[in-house]
Design a protein around this ligand. Structure first.
Ligand SMILES: Cc1cc2nc3c(=O)[nH]c(=O)nc-3n(C[C@H](O)[C@H](O)[C@H](O)COP(=O)(O)OP(=O)(O)OC[C@H]3O[C@@H](n4cnc5c(N)ncnc54)[C@H](O)[C@@H]3O)c2cc1C
Length: 439
């Protein structure tokens, strides 16, 4: 019997491989990089350790507790940190997240206005047609304008009105107590703050997670440094940059969906056309290793247009080994897009330094001793109003040719690491089910 072939060994491909191994189904996994992990990798630079993109594991990953507990060599620690939304140019007004639950940190006149707007939006029971309508229905027009709109415009660099309501279901509702209760009481209600408690490996950076997952796989079933360059869906064959070819029973892919489509040599025109509706925004991840300390935040969201970055992370507060003694690390995420919002890596780096100085995080005389830059092409997965229908065309075609996709970029759906792992596992279970039905 031909094997199940897994292409891409980031966390979702690894999740798929682990599940197949558990069911004793023969598989062959291929990864173009020299080691597993995909975006959940870490790199050492001059005594600092930076994740490819700053990663934390938020919340108890439902259904993955056992895996996370038992993975050999993985020791996850529960971290507590503070995350906030920067409301001014000097870090004097930082509202804890979730923003919607800490509105009583805002001045009274702003809260009164937000309260009236939230009540008005609640009365309007129309089904939302776009992302702004969905977000407004969840948190009120005022909250949307004050934070989410400005943050998402900068984070996505895309016209928000073109995004359909179903793109996300992650917007928190505004609880009225956050507008009417005094801060001390509301803080008590608001303590259930996802980002204030999270998991992170005690050593090795976020990469400790995929490394531990890969350790459980039979060595002869995975090949690194092996890039797929073409797929023939009809004949169920994939071939590689080194000229090798494999035949498969089923193929599971976690590379970005537009790339999967472009690899399929016999993809019909309607599938190629549908792939044009898979929209993305790229992210520069710029990491600085600094002399001295940084403010106590673990993560800051920065909606204001005066600074180019939308998010700052301070891994030296939660990631053991992120910075040597007497030093700290700060990471900025800056969105761009080749056509919609072109920005060079050099300018992104300048933006970060200028913004850190402006916010008073990088103080006069404080030296940047190490820096790294990463350009994540498919950083944010986006939908326009046609994407859902186009996805159906693509996924139906793939499935009818025994090709499954998984993970945030493979399935083209906003997913954190735990969900990406689970989607790889679900793809594996689907192949197991299909096998047993086919006898
Ligand atoms: C900036 C940023 C910050 C994030 N922060 C968080 C966070 O704090 N917490 C969280 O839970 N999630 C976070 N995420 C999301 C998280 O990174 C993803 O959910 C997860 O990494 C997706 O894993 P994956 O295996 O599906 O995809 P990937 O990690 O992209 O893996 C795909 C793999 O396919 C390989 N590949 C690509 N092309 C080929 C080819 N032709 N042949 C062979 N192999 C190929 C790649 O090398 C890669 O290893 C963040 C994402 C970004 C971009």
């Amino acid at each position: 019997m031909l094997p199940i072939v897994i292409i891409g060994l980031g966390v979702s491909g690894l999740g798929c491989a682990l599940e197949l191994a558990q069911h004793r189904i023969p598989f062959a996994g291929f990864e173009k990089e020299a080691r597993p992990g995909g975006l959940a990798k870490s790199e050492d630079a001059g005594g600092f350790r930076f994740d490819y993109g700053p990663h934390i594991l938020v919340g108890a990953p439902a259904g993955l507790e056992g895996l996370f507990r038992d993975l050999p060599g993985l020791d996850l620690k529960v971290c507590s940190g503070s995350s906030g939304v920067v409301m001014d140019a000097r870090l004097e007004r930082v509202i804890p997240v979730p923003f919607q639950r800490h509105l009583n940190w805002l001045p009274l006149d702003v809260r009164v206005r937000l309260l009236f707007e939230a009540l008005a939006d609640r009365r309007n029971g129309k089904a939302p047609g776009s992302y702004p309508e969905y977000a407004t229905a969840r948190c009120g027009r005022g909250v949307y304008d004050l934070f989410l709109r400005r943050y998402d415009e900068k984070r996505l660099r895309f016209n928000l009105d073109e995004i359909p309501a179903e793109w996300t279901n992650r917007i928190e509702k505004t609880p009225l107590h956050s507008l009417v209760l005094p801060r001390v009481l509301a803080d008590w209600f608001g303590r259930r703050n996802g980002e204030s408690r999270f998991l992170y490996p005690r050593s090795g950076g976020i990469e400790a997670l995929p490394r531990a997952m890969a350790r459980l796989l039979p060595a002869n079933s995975v090949t690194y440094g092996c890039e797929v360059t073409g797929i023939h869906a009809q004949s169920k064959a994939a071939w590689f940059a080194n000229g090798a070819e494999v035949r498969y029973e089923r193929l599971v892919l976690s590379l970005p969906l537009p790339e999967t489509v472009s690899l399929i040599r016999d993809a019909p025109p309607e599938v190629l056309r549908a792939a044009e509706d898979l929209i993305h925004t790229s992210i520069y991840v710029v990491s600085f290793g600094l002399e001295g300390a940084v403010p106590p935040w673990s993560l800051l969201r920065v909606p204001g247009e005066e600074w180019g970055f939308y998010r700052l992370s301070f891994p030296s507060h939660y990631a053991p080994g992120a910075a040597p003694e007497g030093h700290s690390a700060v990471v900025g995420e800056i969105s761009h897009h080749r056509a919609r919002y072109p920005l060079s890596a050099r300018d992104a780096r300048k933006e970060l330094q200028k913004g850190l100085e402006g916010l008073g995080i990088l103080r006069r005389g404080q030296r940047i001793v190490v820096e790294t830059m990463r350009d994540i092409r498919y950083g944010h997965v986006l939908y326009n109003h046609r994407t859902r229908a186009s996805m159906r065309v693509i996924l139906d075609y793939l499935r009818s040719h025994s090709i499954l996709v998984c993970g945030k970029y493979g399935a083209w759906k906003d997913m954190p690491i735990p969900e990406s792992i689970q989607s790889g596992m679900a793809a594996a279970r689907e192949t197991v089910g299909a096998r047993s039905r086919e006898g």
